[in-house]
Design a protein around this ligand. Structure first.
Ligand code: ADP
Ligand code: ADP
Length: 229
């Protein structure tokens, strides 16, 4: 089966004092290639833990992550992450940040230049290529984070509250950008959010999680993202 399967994932954190936190209990779901799923749930229900397991940053206590028919363990270029903020390379300019992945793979500018410049244009960064990260507003920085993730051409993009730190107006613009990029690239996206409104607007599917232990409470199919509201 192509796409992303989260299979019977449980996660227990053993604490130094001998107690344990059951962060996730038997979470299973499948995302078809190109689906956009938003994830809502109270603080502490395991959203970030689940995303980190899908990304390969954390090994689950039980269960596995299967992508395009193979089990994945550890991070790789198939899965890209967009964090809430602060994960950019401050000492590089915008274009250097966005081209980081391809450059690390040993590609020459002749190979990555066109794709990277296209991404800079579609994310509205065309005029900011040479700016340092600290010169940019929060919204512009998140545009860089999105473009940098896409430059790696991952199959799945994992977003952990990518717009959570932005002011309302900027967030609204960025929601439109996420939808545009999703439609243009056809990537599979999992987006964690604290905003019910954002979850409804951006998700084709909406996963609601419940805490203690973190598990799937309910899943919905939504028409809004498809309609391009
Ligand atoms: P959410 O993203 O939904 O707020 P988290 O995934 O951050 O939830 O956390 C889920 C639960 O797991 C919480 O009770 C949290 O305290 C616990 N937890 C998360 N990471 C760790 C860790 N590294 N060590 C111990 N407990 C953790
Ligand atoms: P966005 O919603 O696109 O993140 P902001 O509210 O952050 O936008 O900024 C609005 C506009 O101001 C941007 O589209 C851009 O043209 C301009 N801008 C933002 N940051 C800078 C900057 N550091 N230097 C010059 N212009 C900027």
């Amino acid at each position: 089966m192509s796409g992303l399967s989260i299979e019977n994932i449980s996660m227990r954190f053993d604490l130094p004092n001998g107690t344990a936190v059951q962060a996730l209990q038997d979470v299973s779901l499948h995302l078809k290639e190109g689906e956009l799923m938003s994830v809502l749930g109270p603080s502490g229900c395991g959203k970030t833990t689940l995303l980190n397991i899908v990304a390969g940053f954390l090994a689950p206590t039980e269960g596995k992550i299967v992508m395009n028919n193979h089990t994945v363990a550890g991070p790789n270029a198939e899965r890209g992450m967009v964090f809430q903020q602060g994960a950019l390379f401050e000492w590089m300019d915008v274009r250097e940040n966005v081209s980081f992945g391809p450059r690390m793979k040993g590609q020459t500018e002749a190979e990555w230049g066109q794709h990277v410049d296209h991404l800079l244009d579609v994310t509205g960064l065309g005029d900011f290529k040479d700016k340092a990260i600290y010169e940019l507003s929060g919204g512009m920085q998140q545009r860089v984070a999105l473009a940098r993730c896409l430059a790696n051409d991952p199959d799945v993009i994992l977003m952990d509250e990518p717009l959570g730190a932005l002011d309302a107006l900027t967030r609204e613009k960025m929601q439109g950008l996420v939808l545009k990029l999703w439609k243009e690239t056809g990537k599979t996206i999992i987006l964690i959010t604290h905003s019910v409104e954002e979850a409804l607007l951006l998700g084709e599917r909406l996963l609601v999680m419940a805490p203690r232990p973190g598990r799937i409470h309910k899943e919905y199919r939504l028409p809004f993202a498809e309609m391009g509201v």
